[in-house]
Design a protein around this ligand. Structure first.
Ligand code: GLN
Length: 517
């Protein structure tokens, strides 16, 4: 076969603790797929990039870290992979992740957990921490220095949470800007492909290569809406363009930064706030930005709505793994009367995935549909509307300026009828959690993402609560970046903060990022 997980490169890495970040290394002997044209002069020429293992590659297996797809080899490259190859990137391997992207700590992988390398990865066994999930391998691959850039996917925080835990930059772009063709679907209406790197410029350069219309993805944004967004972004930037160089006194004068009070939950780690307040002072006093408290009342319901919608879509998407056409097939002795389909799915999927399928199937059943799935969709719409109301930048998906006509100015952006350009809040409620507290065997059985019936403090429930701050922008399809905010004063582990802007406003996020970099 053309691909082989064991290469001499991987052997060297075994001792450095990087192996758990990768499911497969690119064998240099493998010929480049004939369909790909690798240009030595492309914008990513010679740049080492890892690709999350739920994104199809022709020259390496694509497993989504599931037994179900353990030996699956795609016959084609995902659109993003073709774009990377054409831009001259050196794809080094496929990174470990939570099975089908379902998880927040990369502990639900058929290939085992990913160890967070932010402190060298050489801590005592019981001190090792999670790299975050589901793109934990992606974050670890960059942090451990094995590649410059990682391509991950983010459905409800899977790029931003690992970036925060590992002290990296992680960009989840606006929904529809980067093609999902060749991404193994988790929840189509939320799935995005994005970038993790050590600095903003590399995120931005990679985003520029990958952001393109794609006929193969029906949800890919077309040329028209892209140029409308570009126009709106330029107009927005002109309001806070400054003659000062990025990072210098007054460089963000005119930028209006909203602080969503609802995204500072009581569960927030005490280490996070001091760093965040210092940053706000810096933004206001030195860089000249305005800090404005805003309210997004419905974001408090986002986590429940997210888990209903994501699980419902997942239950439908995962129906295709039936062991008949491709993928794993259980050869176990069937119980009398048991269908091979049931045996295949109960063995091929891990516990977390089966939990989501059950939850999603329930949410879509006739009895539960109105009170769960429809209710969650209504919350999603309300959250979108609230974002549109707090931003002064119009949402081009509704036609330019449409939302200002539809919604009367409300008390949402209290203190400012004018609205804000970006929202800023912590990326996560805590620093990276200890792996020992997270491994599936130690989590409680009662853990359930909806209804919060599990006893407070159970490890299983904690996992879902980690997504508290990331899911709102996913539900609204907005661009969102997690940026490193130093290290916790108590434990010394990385802290992240998250900036979100209006749909298509990656450039606005860039302006803030460059000011802070
Ligand atoms: N932790 C969230 C979940 O399990 C988000 C995962 C993701 O973004 N892929 O659904």
């Amino acid at each position: 076969s053309n691909f082989n997980a064991a290469t001499s490169r991987s052997a060297n890495l075994a001792s450095s603790g990087v192996l758990d970040a990768y499911n497969c290394f690119n064998s240099r002997a493998a010929p480049a797929p004939s369909s790909a044209t690798t240009t030595a002069s492309g914008p990513l020429s010679g740049c080492t990039i890892s690709v999350k293992d739920n994104i199809c590659t022709q020259d390496m297996p694509t497993t989504a870290s599931s037994l179900m797809l353990k030996d699956y080899a795609s016959s084609y490259d995902a659109t993003v992979v073709s774009l990377l190859r054409s831009a001259g990137a050196d794809i080094v391997g496929k990174t470990n992740c939570d099975e089908f992207g379902m998880g927040s700590d990369n502990v639900h992988s058929h290939f085992g957990p990913v160890i967070n390398p932010a402190m060298g990865g050489r801590e005592a066994e019981e001190q090792k921490r999670s790299a975050g999930g589901s793109s934990g391998g992606a974050a670890a691959s960059v942090k451990a220095g094995y590649c410059r850039i990682a391509i991950g996917s983010d459905t409800g925080g899977s790029i931003r949470l690992p970036a925060s835990y590992c002290g990296l930059w992680g960009l989840k772009p606006s929904y529809g800007l980067i093609s999902r063709w060749g991404l193994i679907s988790y929840a189509d209406s939320l799935d995005t492909i994005g970038v993790l790197a050590d600095n903003w410029s590399e995120c931005q350069e990679t985003f520029d290569v990958l952001s393109a219309p794609d006929k193969k993805d029906p949800t890919s944004a077309g040329e028209q809406v892209r140029s409308a967004a570009d126009e709106v972004a330029d107009e927005a930037l002109s309001k806070f363009s400054s003659s000062s160089a990025p990072g210098t006194e007054g460089c963000l004068r005119g930028l209006r930064i909203g602080i969503p009070t609802t995204l500072f939950p009581s569960s927030l780690d005490a280490q996070v706030l001091p760093s965040f307040s210092r940053l706000l002072c810096h933004l206001e006093d030195h860089l000249g930005a305005s800090i404005i408290p805003v309210e997004l009342p419905s974001t408090g319901l986002a986590l429940s709505a997210y888990y209903v919608i994501a699980s419902a879509e997942a239950s439908s998407n995962l129906a295709r793994y039936d062991g008949v056409r491709y993928g794993f097939r259980s050869e176990e002795e069937k119980l009398p009367g048991e269908h091979p389909y049931a045996a295949t799915r109960s063995t091929g999927f891990g516990e977390e995935v089966r939990k989501r399928i059950l939850l999603g199937t329930h949410a879509l059943s006739a009895d539960a549909f109105d009170n769960t799935f429809l209710a969650a969709q209504r919350i999603r719409q309300t959250i979108k509307d609230e974002f549109d109301q707090v931003f002064r930048i119009p949402n081009v998906l509704h036609g330019r300026g449409a939302q200002t006509e539809q919604h009367a100015p409300s008390a949402l952006s209290a203190g400012s009828q004018e609205g804000v350009d970006v929202l800023l809040h912590p990326s996560a409620v805590n620093t990276a959690p200890l792996l020992s507290a997270l491994m599936p065997s130690s989590s409680t059985e009662e853990a359930c993402p909806v209804g919060f019936s599990a006893p407070a403090g159970s490890a299983g429930l904690d996992e879902y609560v980690q997504d508290l701050l990331t899911v709102s922008s996913s539900l609204a399809g907005l661009p969102s970046v997690s940026m490193p905010l130093g290290r916790g004063a108590q434990d010394g582990w990385p802290i992240g903060m998250m900036a979100t802007s209006q749909w298509g406003m990656e450039k606005v996020l860039g302006q803030l990022a460059e000011g802070l970099q």
